[in-house]
Write a protein that binds this ligand. Structure first.
Ligand code: FES
Length: 132
């Protein structure tokens, strides 16, 4: 699979002031957006929205988006992940780290400082999703 299909850049609705949550517009369609400033990946796929840490859980390399909403791949050691962050193959030993996410109407709130790791906190990792 090729890397980097059309990926949108997204900015927080307001600049982040130090630490704390950031707000985004709810993605209107399936696809991936990256907020590089806050190191957040937003992904809407099949009725669900996730926020992921931009870095690979193996050795912190910035993840890339595979074309056609096929998920994510790490350019360093080629780990692959599904659009919901589930680990598929490669050197990583867990799923992509999901960030705390909530929805209020058409706004998504994400806290880049609150990440859930699938191996140490599978319940919170599994619950870190917004249904749309
Ligand atoms: S840093 Fe991503 S697989 Fe190694």
């Amino acid at each position: 699979m090729s890397l980097l299909g059309p990926v949108q850049s997204v900015a927080a609705l307001e600049p982040r002031k130090g630490r704390g949550a950031v707000k985004y517009a709810l993605p209107a369609t399936d696809g991936v957006s990256i907020d590089a400033a806050n190191e957040v990946i937003l992904c809407r796929n099949a009725g669900e929205v996730y926020a992921f840490a931009l870095s690979c859980p193996h050795q912190n390399t910035a993840l890339k988006v595979m074309s056609k909403n096929a998920g994510f791949q790490c350019p360093r050691h080629k780990s692959k992940y599904l659009p919901n962050g589930t680990f598929v193959s490669g050197r990583a030993t867990r799923n992509m780290d999901r960030l705390q996410i909530t929805r209020d109407g058409a706004t998504i709130t994400v806290d880049p400082d609150i990440a859930f790791e699938s191996d140490t906190d599978p319940a919170k990792w599994g619950a870190a999703v917004v249904k749309v």
